[in-house]
Ligand binder design. Structure first.
Ligand code: SF4
Length: 361
């Protein structure tokens, strides 16, 4: 695209940005800890949803050193409901790296920031420009869309070649304007004007030179090569109550969704359409849960949780357990007061909050 078009682009974009600035608590924020925290929270999360989490984290852990000293379970609990829990684990790892290895100071370059756990190219560029005034252009979903549409660019955005191609385009678009303002302007523009399904083309300040608008390809752009394959998983949770009225929870330790979160003992199957008797006969039934020591209780309806690449369909089976005194390793007993201290997947919280079930929790 000719340089003159990019000159028009950045001039019109920044003119639009001044009156349209979206107020956010971290805008203009020079503290790299707050910028980093907000960027991690807002990865794959809408601003309205992420804002209260940002405020709670800042209140609980005002500095990176405070966060580095936090208890893992307390941080996961504070993160509960945001999803993508690897972000919370990386948040702690990065905070500990900064506090313990870097004297509490965040790296002030794109490359140094990108070396921190959980900090990818977008987040590194955002912190480098917002907190340290570095001349680096960010590339997120909003930016891909605005650039692809304005330039009528049909190159696929995914993969490393797509990233490289669009990084060059957005670098050209930014030119020598102030990176922090340009980055915020283009992301806000993508969120407010050039939106995925309802672009405000008739009133858009870029419209007169927008190639996608001229060609009628606004909603065909940006292009993605790969379509994401989604799969369904069928979870049978055993809600096991012992004679003292406690329930069992275990921590998820495998490299899978919800790593480090707590859940009821789980049997994964090929369908939700199984009764407790059938589960007992399956190889996945836990050997320590002897059938002659349990009484079957209620079976729930199917609860559903949509993740980015997976649909979780969960059924909860209540069980009364005349338990031996020794509990298998990995499990914790929880009572009514304690269960809220554990970070649980949303599908379990929804089950626990469902008043139609008498869980005594
Ligand atoms: S004219 Fe429409 S498609 Fe083009 S930049 Fe503006 S809002 Fe986006």
């Amino acid at each position: 695209m000719p340089q003159t078009d990019w000159l028009f682009f950045r001039t019109a974009l920044l003119d639009w940005y001044e009156p349209e600035r979206r107020p956010m608590p971290w805008k203009g924020e020079p503290d790299p800890y707050r910028v980093w925290l907000s960027e991690i929270i807002l990865q794959q999360t809408r601003v309205a949803q992420g804002l209260p989490y940002f405020e709670r984290f800042v209140a609980a852990y005002p500095t990176v050193t405070d966060l580095a000293g936090a208890d893992d379970d307390a941080v996961l609990k504070l993160w509960e409901g945001l999803g993508y829990y690897s972000r919370a684990r990386n948040l702690l790892r990065a905070a500990r790296t900064v506090a313990n290895d870097l004297d509490g100071h965040f790296p002030d370059t794109y490359t140094g920031l990108k070396a921190l756990p959980g900090v990818g190219p977008y987040t590194a560029a955002a912190i480098a420009s917002f907190a340290f005034g570095r001349q680096v252009a960010v590339l997120d979903g909003n930016v891909y869309r605005v650039i692809a549409r304005f330039a009528g660019d049909e190159a696929p955005t995914d993969g490393s070649s797509g990233r490289k191609h669009f990084q060059q385009a957005v670098d050209q678009a930014m030119g020598d304007t102030h990176a922090a303002d340009f980055n915020q302007a283009i992301m806000d523009f993508g969120a407010l004007v050039c939106t995925p399904r309802n672009a405000a083309c008739p009133s858009c300040p870029l419209a007169k030179q927008c190639k996608a608008r001229a060609k009628g390809t606004v909603y065909d752009l940006p292009v993605k090569k790969k379509s994401i394959t989604k799969r369904s998983r069928y979870f049978h949770y055993l809600v096991i109550k012992d004679t003292k009225g406690s329930f069992l929870l275990q921590q998820r330790t495998t490299k899978d969704i919800w790593q480090s979160l707590y859940e009821f003992p789980l049997i994964e199957a090929d369908t939700t359409d199984l009764r407790l008797r059938q589960l007992m006969e399956s190889e996945a039934w836990p050997t320590w849960l002897e059938p002659n020591r349990i009484t079957e209780g209620k079976r729930s309806l199917v609860y559903r949780q949509q993740l980015s690449h997976q649909t979780i369909l969960a059924v909860f089976h209540q069980i009364e357990w005349r338990a031996p005194t020794k509990l298998p390793d990995r499990f914790v007993r929880i009572d009514r007061a304690a269960h809220s201290a554990y970070a649980l997947p949303r599908v379990i919280n929804r089950y626990l909050e469902d008043g139609t079930l008498t869980l005594d929790l």
